[in-house]
Write a protein that binds this ligand. Structure first.
Ligand SMILES: Cc1cc2nc3c(=O)[nH]c(=O)nc-3n(C[C@H](O)[C@H](O)[C@H](O)COP(=O)(O)OP(=O)(O)OC[C@H]3O[C@@H](n4cnc5c(N)ncnc54)[C@H](O)[C@@H]3O)c2cc1C
Length: 345
C-alpha cells in the first residue's frame, strides 16, 4: 500500500478531509468493533467515485460503509481507508414515477417518506429497515408482502430500473436491473468489486392512505420481533434461512435464547438476532456465533451460515463461559401472541 494515497485524496477532495484513527463502532448498528486507520466521508457520488479510484490506484485496502447495518467490524479495526457513503441527493419525478437517488441515500425514512408523500408506491414495504441505497442493492433488500396475506417475500429488485456504477475495471457505466444477478440476500456486488454510485427506481401511483397503512403494519410487525436499535443494538438476522427453515426456529428449538458470551446475547425477542448489551465486542459476537452453530449442528444436524459481512482485523474469539440471561419480565414474543390469538378464536 502506498500511503501517498492520503496526499492524493486530500489534493483532489480537499485538505483535512481524510481523518485518522476513527472509531467505527458508532457508525454501525451493532456498535462494536475497532477503528479505521484512515476515514473519508463521501458527500456526493463524484467524491465517492474519486475516493474509490484513488484507493484502487494506490492498492490501498478500502471498504465502503453505508449505515453499517449488515457489517461487523473486527476489534482490531480496519487497516486502510474506510469510505463512508454520505452521498444522499435524491430526485423524484412525480409525473413519471421515477426516483433517482445517490447510493448513500437512506431508504427509510428519507426515500420512503418522499415517495409516500408523492403518492408513489414500491418502497413502503421496507419501512424500519436501516439501509442506504447501495446496501439495499448489495443485499437485495427484502421484506414480506403486505398484510393480511403476507404471501411472499418482496425484493428491492422489483422496483429497480438501472444504476450508475464504478465498475471493477474502473469505468463509470449505467447498468440495467438484469446486471445485478439478484437472488435472496445476493447480488453481483458480492463477487464483483463494483461500486453503486446512484440508482433509479420506478414507482407506481397508489393511495397514500393504503401505503401508510402498510407502513404502520410493517413497523408494528417489526416492533414485536426486533429489538429496538437505540437500546439493544444489533445487526439484524445473523444466520441465513436453511432449506426454507428460519434459523431462528432452529436456535429457539435448541433453547438458546438468552445465551450470552461477554457483552453479546441471543435476544429473547428473536432467536436469530444477537444484541450488544453495552460492552460487547466483535470477539464476543464471534464466540457466540461459533457456540450457536455448534449446538444447532449437534442437536438438529443443520449447519448454519452467517448472512452478515465481516470486515477488518479480528481478535481471537472470546474465551469466556456461556451464561444464560433471564428473559425480561413482561416480554411477549410475536409467536406467543399469535398462539394466544389462535387459542381465543
Ligand atoms: C434491526 C435490523 C433489521 C433488519 N431487517 C432487514 C430486513 O427485513 N430485510 C433485509 O433485507 N435486511 C434487513 N436488515 C439488514 C440490513 O438492514 C440490510 O442489509 C441493509 O441493506 C444494509 O444497508 P447498509 O447501508 O447498512 O449497508 P452496510 O451494512 O453499510 O454495507 C453492507 C455491504 O454493502 C456494501 N455496500 C454498501 N454500499 C455500497 C455501494 N454503494 N456499492 C457497492 N457496495 C456497497 C458494503 O461495502 C458492505 O459489503 C436488517 C438490519 C437490522 C440492523
Amino acid at each position: 500500500m502506498r500511503t501517498s494515497f492520503v496526499g492524493d485524496l486530500e489534493r483532489i477532495l480537499g485538505r483535512g478531509r481524510i481523518l485518522r484513527n476513527v472509531p467505527l463502532a458508532p457508525l454501525t448498528t451493532m456498535r462494536l468493533g475497532g477503528r479505521a486507520d484512515f476515514f473519508f466521508e463521501a458527500r456526493t457520488a463524484d467524491e465517492l467515485c474519486s475516493a474509490v479510484r484513488i484507493a484502487r490506484q494506490s492498492d490501498a485496502p478500502h471498504f465502503l460503509l453505508g449505515l453499517g447495518a449488515n457489517v461487523v467490524i473486527g476489534d482490531c479495526g480496519f487497516h486502510g481507508l474506510v469510505i463512508r457513503n454520505a452521498a444522499r441527493a435524491a430526485h423524484l419525478d412525480a409525473a413519471s414515477g421515477r426516483l433517482q437517488a445517490e447510493s448513500g441515500a437512506v431508504v427509510y425514512p428519507d426515500l420512503i417518506d418522499m415517495a409516500i408523500s408523492a403518492g408513489l408506491s414500491g418502497l413502503e414495504h421496507y419501512v424500519g429497515i436501516p439501509s442506504t441505497v447501495g446496501g439495499a442493492l448489495w443485499q437485495n433488500l427484502h421484506f414480506l408482502a403486505p398484510p393480511p396475506k403476507r404471501e411472499r417475500t418482496m425484493f428491492i429488485e422489483e422496483v429497480l430500473v438501472e444504476a450508475d456504477i464504478l465498475s471493477e475495471e474502473g469505468e463509470r457505466r449505467r447498468v440495467g436491473v438484469e446486471y445485478f444477478d439478484f437472488g435472496y440476500d445476493h447480488s453481483v456486488l458480492h463477487y464483483r468489486h463494483d461500486v453503486v454510485l446512484s440508482a433509479t427506481f420506478q414507482l407506481d401511483p397508489a393511495d397514500p392512505r393504503r401505503m401508510r397503512d402498510i407502513a404502520r403494519a410493517n413497523l408494528q410487525w417489526r416492533s414485536l420481533r426486533h429489538p429496538p436499535l437505540d437500546t439493544e443494538p444489533s445487526v439484524g438476522s445473523i444466520f441465513k434461512k436453511i432449506d426454507g427453515i428460519g434459523a431462528g426456529r432452529l436456535i429457539d428449538q435448541c433453547g438458546l435464547k438468552g445465551a450470552t458470551i461477554g457483552g453479546v446475547e441471543v435476544t429473547h425477542r428473536h432467536a436469530n438476532i444477537m444484541i450488544n448489551r453495552g460492552r460487547g465486542s466483535a470477539a464476543d459476537l464471534q464466540a457466540l456465533i461459533a457456540y450457536v452453530r455448534r449446538i444447532v449442528e449437534r442437536e438438529t444436524g443443520y449447519r448454519l451460515e452467517t448472512e452478515i459481512d465481516f470486515v477488518g482485523t479480528f481478535a481471537p474469539p472470546t474465551d469466556e463461559p456461556v451464561i444464560f440471561a433471564p428473559r425480561p419480565p413482561g416480554l411477549v414474543t410475536a409467536e406467543e401472541l399469535a398462539a394466544k390469538r389462535a387459542a381465543t378464536t
